[in-house]
Design a protein around this ligand. Structure first.
Ligand SMILES: Nc1ncnc2c1ncn2[C@@H]1O[C@H](COP(=O)(O)OP(=O)(O)O)[C@@H](O)[C@H]1O
Ligand SMILES: [Mg+2]
Length: 373
């Protein structure tokens, strides 16, 4: 089995580090405070939440995970939450049975999921007032079990896309009354997450403790990679290791993916040349998608992307030196383009560091942009 996961979380053994983050999360949970993750895409938010869930379940502590990326309104949100409870607490458990009793007025319906075929619970609610009351009602039910519960809501920024204007207020008001539930909010979209949690005019302002999830420490990551290769009888040059982390900039998904493909390549001597060869293959496999990206943005946006990719990190995008070098027009122009690229999550603004900078989010795209003539 390939030890470098590129999809879902599986077990602690295949999970690298995040020791201090888990400590902080456990502390927050113990103190009944809520946590927010701010971090770029594919750095490992979801995996970390899953890892936490695994550790909590080992301690027999209740944990609920919902991913609201696909939801479009408050009703969808209620359904996903209700379904998560239904999945986590089967009817034969006392809490599951009580949940059924508590929600009978909301007319629960069980049907097979269109995609996976597994049974799903949904609520037959239509009146707007009822919809607004449903989430608080479900949360109050969980709270009244008098057992500590952790609820993680992934892709939380999605609530800003709901047509209902008062979702944040509804959630915030409800959450404030709970005694036994500790929340974790996570999302990738920088602007939207900051808008929800750091805007003093909004309900969630200063209500949670935040964790800025960074890249995994490169020494710890190197050890992890080496250990897993060695266990499968690969011989890895130290130079190959540092080259992997250089190519991916230590960004979790891209590092996992490169290691995953090197492992699949099944040449037991891993050196720099082999890593380069595998990287070229990955890039070739992605090329069709990269061309699609190019069709989705304007030529000006593409030019800026290429400039940022070539520089790897851009600390002063409005400096004349940068603008001249890549013929990017006026600084006002660059500013507008940069903002829209960040909003589309193609460029990431690394702002929680002494010297903030801009970089291409997708490390494979970055490599391709830099080298493609
Ligand atoms: N600490 C880790 N150790 C090993 N693999 C990880 C780790 N964190 C994340 N991954 C892997 O990296 C990929 C991206 O992580 P994910 O949690 O989906 O990112 P995010 O939710 O921030 O977008 C996943 O395939 C996941 O399995
Ligand atoms: Mg995620």
């Amino acid at each position: 089995m390939n030890p470098f996961l590129i999809n879902a979380y599986r077990e602690p053994y295949l999970f690298c580090d995040r020791v201090s983050e888990i400590e902080t999360l456990m502390m927050n949970i113990k103190n009944q405070s809520h946590t927010t993750f701010f971090a770029q895409r594919r750095i490992g938010k979801t995996a970390l939440i899953r890892h936490l869930g695994h550790l909590l379940e080992q301690k027999k502590q209740a944990f609920l995970y919902i991913d609201i990326y696909s939801t479009q309104n408050l009703k969808d949100f209620s359904n996903i939450l209700a379904n998560a409870i239904y999945q986590s607490f089967p009817e034969k458990q006392s809490i599951g049975k009580k949940f059924w009793q508590a929600i009978t007025s909301l007319r629960p319906v069980i049907s097979a999921d269109e995609v996976s075929g597994t049974p799903q619970l949904s609520l037959d609610i239509t009146h707007p007032d009822h919809i607004e009351r449903t989430v608080p009602q479900i949360l109050n039910f969980l709270d009244s079990q008098n057992k500590p519960i952790v609820i993680a809501i992934d892709e939380f920024q999605q609530i800003l896309n709901y047509p209902e204007q008062n979702v944040e207020a509804i959630l915030r008001t409800s959450i404030q009354t709970l005694k036994n539930i500790s929340f974790i909010f996570s999302g990738s979209h920088q602007h939207m997450m900051h808008e929800i949690f750091n805007n003093h005019k909004r309900p969630f302002y200063a209500g949670t403790k935040s964790i800025n999830l960074q890249k995994i420490d490169s020494e710890i990551y190197s050890e992890f990679i080496l250990r897993h290769f060695t266990q499968h009888k690969f011989k890895v040059d130290p130079e190959a290791l540092s080259y992997i982390l250089e190519l991916t900039d230590g960004h979790t998904y891209y590092t996992q993916r490169l290691c995953h493909e090197v492992f699949n390549h099944n040449v037991k001597k891993v050196n720099r040349e082999l890593v380069a060869e595998v990287m070229r293959k990955i890039i070739r496999d992605h090329e069709a998608i990269f061309f699609q990206y190019r069709n989705l943005v304007t030529p000006t946006q593409w030019k800026l992307m290429k400039a940022v990719a070539t520089e790897h990190k851009v600390y002063q995008p409005y400096a004349q030196a940068f603008i001249y070098k890549y013929e990017l027009g006026t600084s006002a122009n660059v500013k507008r383009t940069l903002l829209s690229m960040v909003d589309k999550e193609l460029i990431h603004h690394q702002s929680v560091t002494d010297q903030p900078y801009y970089e291409i989010n997708d490390k494979f795209l970055r490599f391709w942009l830099e080298h493609k003539r």
